[in-house]
Design a protein around this ligand. Structure first.
Ligand code: ASP
Ligand code: MG
Length: 408
């Protein structure tokens, strides 16, 4: 007998018919003798609707109350799914996060899970019930309802799978797995049978929206075998797992991109110790995340300093940087909020040379100008003008032959 945690996202429970279909799927697995815990998101669009309601009340809604509000979306779906299961003659029981006791810290709207009390769930499983748990929410030590950040139901599922030592955690969604890149940009994108936690983490942080980043971190840390599959079609999806040294892996597993980037440059900065801190300190204090950072080698005794931020933070960052420019006696500040980041990701690049030059050649062949470059152990990212995004992704997908199965 195996224990599975199944998670169904908002689209998969988007209406009554779909909830009934989820119940059928769950019943089928349960009838085979497996123990099933189901985590569900709110019906698609519901969380956004609730956020909009809150904003009608308060420009910056009180975060504690926001969590009380947002947690209701998932409460609707757990109860409906449990009813649908009963209707099929499958014994089940629904719970909110606070009822289970998914204990979190008190950072409202972005809480982190600290501990899960698995006793109640285990008892029900042993009684032969399906347990349906509301995703995305928990409770802090003072019994305040908390939520885990947008997309947080994935993390609930993985955390439950870790706590229950489940055999696998299945994330059912509207795509049938993790793809080499977004098929809307490159129709030749291919579903991957397997991808490593590290690669998935890079893909997720680079904008591949399949899984919440934190859920992948969690799965890696607690070694939860994670599988992404479609709610709507049969198939084995993509298994996210540890690197298998036995199998020759592809050089590059995928191409990720992020449209929401902007870059800022401050030129003629005096080349003195502490300058990077003076530039980025105010940015960090304003809670603006910085991604790539490039400082030129100084000629005369000044240097240029460029960094990227999320496009939503561009204006705020520019205002701060203008101020710093005056304070430092630097030359000027320029910026561009129509750039994108395109990255190739693969654990295979650790042991292979020439990946970067293949990448740069593919972009050069399309006359795409690279504005910035950054590398890490398993990733190379370039910043290019927004208008080249699709072309760049397709060129790289072809250059690394990602449309072809790896021969083994
Ligand atoms: N309902 C929440 C959201 O839309 C959590 C989730 O779907 O995972 O972000
Ligand atoms: Mg989701």
């Amino acid at each position: 007998m195996a224990l599975y945690v199944y998670k169904f996202g908002g689209t998969s429970v988007g209406n009554v018919e779909r909830i009934k279909a989820v119940a059928e799927k769950v019943k089928k697995a349960h009838d085979l003798g497996d123990q099933i815990v189901v985590v569900v998101s709110a019906m698609s669009g519901e969380t956004n609707r609730l956020v909009a309601l809150a904003k009608d009340m308060q420009q910056h809604p009180n975060e504690r109350e926001m969590d009380v509000l947002l947690s209701t979306g998932e409460q609707v779906t757990v109860s409906l799914l449990s009813m649908a299961l009963h209707e099929l003659g499958c014994d089940s029981c629904s719970y909110t996060g606070s009822q289970v006791k998914i204990l979190t810290d008190s950072s409202h709207t972005k809480a982190r899970i600290r501990k899960i009390d698995d006793a109640r769930i285990r008892n029900h499983l042993n009684e032969g019930k399906v347990v349906v748990v509301a995703g995305f929410q928990g409770v802090d030590e003072n019994d305040n309802i908390t939520t885990l950040g947008r997309g947080g139901s994935d993390t609930t599922a993985v955390a439950l799978a870790a706590a229950l030592k489940a055999d696998e955690c299945h994330i059912y969604t509207d795509v049938d797995g993790v793809y080499t890149t977004d098929p809307r940009v490159e129709p030749k994108a291919r579903r991957l049978d397997k991808i490593t936690f590290e690669e998935m983490l890079e893909m997720a942080s680079l904008g591949s929206k399949v899984l919440q980043i934190r859920s992948v971190e969690f799965a890696g840390k607690y070694n939860v075998a994670l599988r992404v599959l479609s709610s709507f079609t049969e198939g084995k999806g993509t298994l996210i797992t540890y690197e298998d040294s036995q199998v020759e892996s592809a050089l590059i597993s995928g191409i990720a991109f992020n449209r929401d980037e902007a870059k800022l440059t401050i030129t003629g900065v005096p080349d003195l110790p502490g300058v990077a801190f003076k530039i980025l300190g105010p940015i960090a204090d304003a809670n603006i995340e910085v991604d790539m950072i490039i400082q030129n080698i100084a000629d005369d005794s000044t240097t240029d300093f460029t960094f990227t931020v999320h496009r939503n933070d561009y204006q705020r960052a520019k205002t701060l940087l203008d101020k710093t420019c005056v304070e430092l006696g630097a030359r000027n500040v320029t910026g561009d909020d129509s750039i994108v980041k395109v990255s190739i990701v693969g654990v295979g690049m650790r042991s292979h040379a020439g990946i970067a030059s293949t990448m740069f050649k593919a972009l050069a062949d399309e006359s795409i100008n690279i504005r910035m470059i950054s590398t890490s152990e398993i990733k190379i990212s370039v910043v290019v003008d927004e208008k080249y995004l699709e072309l760049a992704v397709r060129a790289l997908h072809g250059a690394f032959k990602l449309d072809q199965e790896i021969e083994s």
